[in-house]
Every structure is written in structure tokens, then in C-alpha cells.
Design a protein around this ligand. Structure first.
Ligand code: ADP
Length: 716
């Protein structure tokens, strides 16, 4: 019994400590340096967020109050915020109109926001009002409710009218967008109505005396008054161009980023379109929801050979996805096959994506492209598309993995791209005289280069990690910076994850995680015992991921108290060796040689520790997911792993995981043994670290804000 109470105290102390440290960190935080050479530039950025939040809070509290004063229904300022993000077409149109007048840029932005907001206002009013009346129904006598409802109805009608009132030509888009918007409103409304009501008390004087009384009579709202969020200004439109995107097609972290970042940017007042290849392997349930937007023929090759470009559209969660359709290029089951096929495929895709933007008459402020597959976009934009409507857009190229560059024979790339000869010079596309490098060309022509962590931004400028482009990157270092990735809390949230046997949060992780561990052991045929130390590994099985180190030490990890669970596909040598170990250590090692999202979730929820001993790691998402699921990462100090996992210090009892620096199996073994030692001999400290990790902010919010700032900087 005493032990129990001590533990509670400890946990409490940890939370306090977490707060204190956050506060301290905030105080010392340095604002991010745009130049990527400074590793520290990124770390503080993640921690700056809470401070930033506070600022928003203060600023936003006022407008909400003001609006409420004017009209009872005008309150849902915060709703407007959301709706604005989704009310894109409306905003766009407003934009166009305003542009025609000689207004300055900033004024434009505001003008755009207003009309959108107006429409949104009316739409949204209906919902919260309805919500409120619903809530009241539970607590209040019927007669009064009727009154409130009567108020709500007309509002709802207005909302309907507005949706229909949208110009015909964009109807498809508008309707489709209206849905996710509605969804969002609902979701947020759950948390907000209570807080809204509190506002009403003060402001609803003219019409809502009754409402006032009702509100007061209500049981005490345990929800804290959340300040109304105002969208950051100015609004920017961004086209994302990349080769994969969850949930349509994903082979690794790029797919996660292409999904989560646009979604978060949409919440931060960006109008986002994501342009993707329409691979035949995209699941039917998405294919059938795509809407045909149009098609045209496009000249591609240097001999004038032309290809069909179809545009299929799908709108979801405030983001518009446009799929480039061409059966010749995208019929394969896998997005990537071999360079002979992939080079023409992505030459075509890069040009078709830009042509599609012109075709759709959508002129983004910024075009954000990803990895070598979309790296020709800045090159095309600065050459063949310069004098087209989208020619003025700024470009950002993000390196998710420098190892893949799209290098092939110069003549072949020249033929397939149809690009002018002058881009095939040694400062742009040409490498080693006879080859062309698509990524290198993109780096030359992009207005800004980002990569996915500050440390990686620095590392790739060194010969060790530069993949032969270090000199080129050093030359362009002025426009290079690192912004660490986040994870999408809608998908990766142990409290709501529908794939888990037992959901858990910070409050019950210590008990519930054990149950998930047992469920995992049962599922995988391991010895069921929640006292075992379970190490997970979820990874592509390639040379990058440090798997030769794991292979070397795996027999030494197995000691009767430890289990190892591997999930991955990739190089045959690793697949085979892990299969071998599963046979050799039955019941203690389980090798899942497959790609399986659900199993990945089970492993994150059931494992105690997650191995990420990468040779290099631009950012790494698995360690972020692991921390959010209460696992302790064991990582090599490289790239994003170094930026996101603070090494555990046994003297201060602080840190997020166990780390090692040089790429040596002995050091990995040492790190695992340190983890085991803490787990088996000092569980309190271990549990505190589990809770600290779950509490750590690894969301996209702050990173998306940095991307937004970059877009605004580029388009000032
Ligand atoms: P990379 O992009 O280099 O593959 P990241 O750590 O950035 O590595 O992202 C890996 C993503 O892919 C994570 O979301 C991880 O859960 C997922 N993943 C990797 N392998 C598998 C697999 N075999 N099954 C399911 N998900 C996997």
C-alpha cells in the first residue's frame, strides 16, 4: 500500500516537473534560424509552441467577445475559423474580385477573409445553436426549448441557402468541401458549445434573457473556457506535389507527411491542394469517390510526343486531392518499380501536375514539392511554365531522404522532360558529365529547400551524409532549413485508436499498456507474460535502418526476459535473417515480414521499447509514434532521431529514450542493456519516462506553423 501512494506522488511530481521544464525550455528557447546549418535551430522550435499558443489565446479572446455583442448568433467566431479554412472556393472568389481592385496585398488578405467569414458565419451559426438547444433539452423544461429551437431553425435554413448560392462552375468542389467542413464543425462543437454559452451570458442581452437564465441553471461546466482561435493571417494557397500520400498510397514517412501536413495547414488558414499520381493500386473505396475534373493532352518529350492527362478529384478534411490520371504510367501495383520506368513516370508527373494547375485555373502562392519524384517541378516552373498563369508561384522543395535522387542517363532525361538544354549544366541537372540528377536540378531552381530535421539539414552538407550532393547543398545552404516532422494525432492516438485492444491515455497507461502487451503476445504467438521486456522494430528493411547492427546483437538480446517483435519488408537479406531468428528463438522473437498498418499500431501499443538504430534518419516517425504510445525509443543519435529523443540521464532522471552515437553494434547493445536495466531495476523511473513521452508534443501543429511562416516569407 505505501508503495502505491508513493507512486502516485511520484507521478504527480513528474507532471509538475514536466511543466517546470517546459517553462524553462520556453524561457531559453531560441527562435528558429532560417539557415539550416544550426542544429539547435530546430529543437527549440518544437518547444516554442506553448508560448505561441498563449499569444494566440490572448489575441483571440477579444474578437469573439466583440462579435457576440453585435449579434447573439455571431458568436461562433471560432467556428468561422474552421469554416474559413474549408470555405476555400468562396475565399478564392473573393480573392479574385479584390485583386481586380488596386488593393495592397495585405488588404487583400483581409478582404478575402471577410467574405469567406461572412458566409461561414451564417452557415455555422446554425450548428452551434442547434447544439445548444439540444443540450438544453436535457436540462430544461420543454416550453422554453421550443423558443430556442425556433431561433435555430432559420439559421439552419440560411446555411443551406449559402451552400447552394455558390457559383455553379465550382459546385463540385464546393459541395464536396461542405461535407468535411460540416464534420469538423460537429467535432469541435462537442468541446465548444459549453464555452460558447458562457460567452452568451455576457453578450446575449437583447434576445436571450431566457437563454441566459438557462445557462446559469445548468450544471457547472467542467470544460475550461477555451479561447476562440483566430486563423493566422494572411491566407496562402499551396499546391503539394508528391508521389505518395496516406491513405491512398504509402511506402514510408513521405506518405504520412503528405497527408498530415496539408491537413494541419488547412487548419492554419492555408488553401491546400495535393497533387498525386492516380496509381492503379489506390484502394477502390477511394477511387470510386474521385470526381472527374477534366482532361487534356500535354506535350512532354523533346520530339513533341504528347500524353493524356486526366484529373480526378477527391475532397477530404479540408484538403483537395487531385490525382493525375494516365494508365500508361500509373498502372503498376507499386508506386516505385525500377528507374527505367520511374524516370519517365515522374518526368511526366511533374509536368502534368503544373499543367493541371493551369488547366484548373488555380494559381497557388506556393508550390511545395517533395523528393526527387517531384523535383523537376521548380525546373519546369522556371523554364517552360514561366509565362503561364502559375509562373509567379514560389517553390519549396523538401528532401525527405537524400539517398534517392532520380539519377539517370542525361540523354534519356533530356528526351523525356523536353527541358531546354541549358538546364543540363553542372550547376543544375548534370552530374558526372553524362548523367542527369533530377533532385539536384530541383535544389537549384527551388526558392527554398527544406528537410525534415535540423540535424539532417546540417548532416547532408557533410560528405558523410551528403550522398554526393553535399557541396551542392553547401552552395545552396542559404535557402536550406530543417523543420522536424510531427505525427497526426487523429491517426496516432492511443486514447482513440480503434485498432487497439485497449485504449489508454496518460492517466491509465501503466495498467492498460500491459493489457495491450498481452494482446500483442497472444496475437503473435509469443509467450504471454506482461513482465517480459518487449522490444519492437517497425521499419522498412533496408540498409539505412541499421538492421545489420540488430542482426549482430539479436542473440545477445534474448535472455529469457526479453522478446523482440519485428515488422517490415525490404531487402531479402534482412527478411531472411529475421525469419531465421524467429525460428531460432521461438516464442521470444516474432518476425512479421509484411506491410501491415494494423499490426504496426498493435506493436506501438504493446511494446515497451522501440528500436531505431538507423545509419542515417532524416526525421523518423516511428520514434515519435512510439513516444506518443508510451514506448521508450532506443535510437542512434543521427538526423531527426537526435532532434527528437533526448538521452535518458540517470542522475537527473530526465530524458525520453536511450541513445548511442557511433554506428557500432556494441554501442547499440549497450543502449539496449541500459534500457533493460532501468526497466527491471527501477520501474518507477521507467514509468515516469513513459508518461513524459506520452505528454511530449509531437504533433504537426508547430511544424506546420513553421512551414506556413516560410510560405509567407517567400510570398511577401
Ligand atoms: P521511412 O520514411 O524512412 O520509411 P519513417 O520512420 O519516417 O521511415 O516512417 C515510417 C512509417 O512507415 C511509419 O508510419 C511506420 O509506422 C510505417 N511503417 C514502416 N514499415 C511498416 C510496415 N511494415 N507495416 C506498417 N507500417 C510500416
Amino acid at each position: 500500500m505505501p508503495a502505491k501512494s508513493t507512486r502516485k506522488k511520484k507521478t504527480h511530481t513528474v507532471k509538475k516537473a514536466v511543466k517546470t521544464v517546459k517553462r524553462n525550455t520556453k524561457a531559453t528557447a531560441v527562435s528558429p534560424d532560417p539557415v539550416a546549418t544550426d542544429i539547435k535551430a530546430v529543437k527549440p522550435v518544437t518547444e516554442v509552441k506553448p508560448a505561441a499558443k498563449k499569444v494566440e489565446t490572448k489575441v483571440e479572446a477579444k474578437p469573439a467577445a466583440k462579435k457576440a455583442e453585435t449579434k447573439v448568433e455571431a458568436k461562433p467566431a471560432e467556428k468561422k475559423v474552421e469554416t474559413k479554412a474549408e470555405a476555400k472556393p468562396a475565399a478564392k472568389k473573393a480573392e479574385t474580385k479584390v485583386e481586380a481592385k488596386p488593393a495592397e496585398k495585405k488588404a487583400e488578405a483581409k478582404a478575402e477573409a471577410k467574405p469567406a467569414a461572412k458566409k461561414a458565419e451564417t452557415k455555422v451559426e446554425a450548428k452551434p445553436t442547434e447544439k445548444k438547444s439540444e443540450t438544453k433539452v436535457e436540462a430544461k423544461p420543454a416550453a422554453k426549448k421550443v423558443e430556442t429551437k425556433a431561433e435555430a431553425k432559420p439559421a439552419a435554413k440560411k446555411a443551406e441557402t449559402k451552400v447552394e448560392a455558390k457559383p455553379a462552375e465550382k459546385k463540385v468542389e464546393a459541395k464536396a468541401e461542405a461535407k468535411p467542413a460540416a464534420k469538423k464543425v460537429e467535432t469541435k462543437a462537442e468541446a465548444k458549445p459549453a464555452e460558447k454559452k458562457a460567452d452568451v451570458k455576457a453578450e446575449a442581452k437583447p434576445a436571450a434573457k431566457k437563454a441566459e437564465a438557462k445557462v446559469e441553471a445548468k450544471p457547472v461546466e467542467e470544460k475550461k473556457e477555451e479561447p476562440v482561435k483566430e486563423l493566422p493571417q494572411p491566407r496562402r494557397s499551396v499546391a503539394f506535389i508528391g508521389s505518395e500520400c496516406y491513405p491512398f498510397v504509402k511506402t514510408g514517412g513521405l506518405g504520412d507527411v503528405m497527408y498530415a501536413l496539408p491537413k494541419e495547414l488547412a487548419k492554419q488558414n492555408c488553401d491546400v491542394k495535393v497533387i498525386l499520381p492516380r496509381y492503379a493500386c489506390i484502394p477502390e473505396k477511394y477511387q470510386e469517390k474521385m470526381v472527374y475534373r477534366g482532361s487534356f493532352d500535354m506535350n512532354l518529350c523533346s520530339d513533341g510526343r504528347s500524353f493524356y492527362v486526366g484529373i480526378m478529384e477527391y475532397v477530404w478534411d479540408g484538403v483537395v486531392y487531385d490525382f493525375i490520371d494516365n494508365q500508361e504510367f500509373f498502372t503498376n501495383g507499386n508506386p516505385y518499380t525500377n528507374l527505367i520506368d520511374d524516370i519517365p513516370k515522374f518526368c511526366y508527373f511533374s509536368k502534368a501536375a503544373l499543367a493541371a494547375l493551369n488547366y484548373m485555373d488555380w494559381e497557388p502562392d506556393v508550390i511545395h514539392c517533395h523528393d526527387w519524384q517531384a523535383a523537376l517541378v521548380p525546373v519546369y516552373l522556371d523554364t517552360m511554365f514561366k509565362d503561364t498563369p502559375i509562373g509567379g508561384a514560389k517553390t519549396v522543395l523538401t528532401i525527405h531522404n537524400l539517398r534517392f535522387q532520380g539519377i539517370y542517363d542525361k540523354r534519356m532525361i533530356s528526351y523525356w522532360t523536353g527541358l531546354p538544354d541549358y538546364v543540363f549544366n553542372k550547376d543544375a541537372l548534370t552530374v558526372k558529365w553524362l548523367d542527369a540528377n533530377m533532385l539536384k536540378g530541383g535544389l537549384t531552381y527551388a526558392d527554398a529547400i527544406t528537410t525534415v530535421s535540423g540535424t539532417y539539414a546540417w548532416e547532408i552538407q557533410t560528405p558523410e551524409y551528403g550522398e554526393d550532393l553535399d557541396a551542392h547543398l553547401r552552395y545552396h545552404s542559404g535557402k536550406l532549413r530543417g523543420i522536424v516532422n510531427g505525427i497526426d494525432y487523429d491517426i496516432w492516438n492511443p486514447a482513440t485508436d480503434p485498432r487497439l485492444a485497449n485504449n489508454y491515455d496518460l492517466g491509465n497507461v501503466l495498467t492498460e499498456k500491459r493489457k495491450n502487451k498481452k494482446a500483442l503476445q497472444e496475437e503473435l504467438g509469443l509467450e504471454v507474460d506482461d513482465g517480459k521486456f518487449v522490444i519492437g522494430l517497425v521499419s522498412r528493411l533496408t540498409n539505412q535502418k541499421g538492421l545489420d547492427l540488430v542482426n549482430e546483437i539479436l542473440p545477445q538480446l534474448i535472455d529469457g526476459n526479453t522478446q523482440v517483435v519485428i515488422l517490415g519488408t525490404g531487402d531479402a537479406q534482412y527478411e531472411d535473417s529475421f525469419r531465421y531468428y524467429e525460428n531460432a528463438y521461438k516464442g521470444q522473437v516474432c518476425s512479421n515480414i509484411m506491410y501491415d498498418e494494423t499490426r504496426a499500431h498493435h506493436i506501438y501499443a504493446g511494446a515497451d521499447a522501440l528500436l531505431v538504430p538507423s545509419r542515417f534518419e532524416p526525421c523518423g516517425l516511428t520514434q515519435l509514434i512510439a513516444m506518443h504510445y508510451g514506448d521508450i525509443p532506443i535510437v542512434r543519435e543521427t538526423g531527426g532521431l537526435k532532434d527528437t529523443v533526448e538521452p535518458y540521464n540517470e542522475y537527473t532522471n530526465w530524458g525520453n529514450g536511450f541513445t548511442f552515437d557511433r554506428y557500432e553494434s556494441g554501442l547499440l547493445l549497450d543502449a539496449v542493456n541500459r534500457a533493460k536495466t532501468l526497466y527491471f531495476t527501477n520501474r518507477w523511473c521507467w514509468d515516469e519516462m513513459v508518461q513524459r513521452n506520452m505528454d511530449k508534443d509531437v504533433s504537426w501543429e508547430s511544424s506546420a506553423r513553421q512551414y506556413r511562416d516560410l510560405y509567407v516569407d517567400l510570398t511577401r
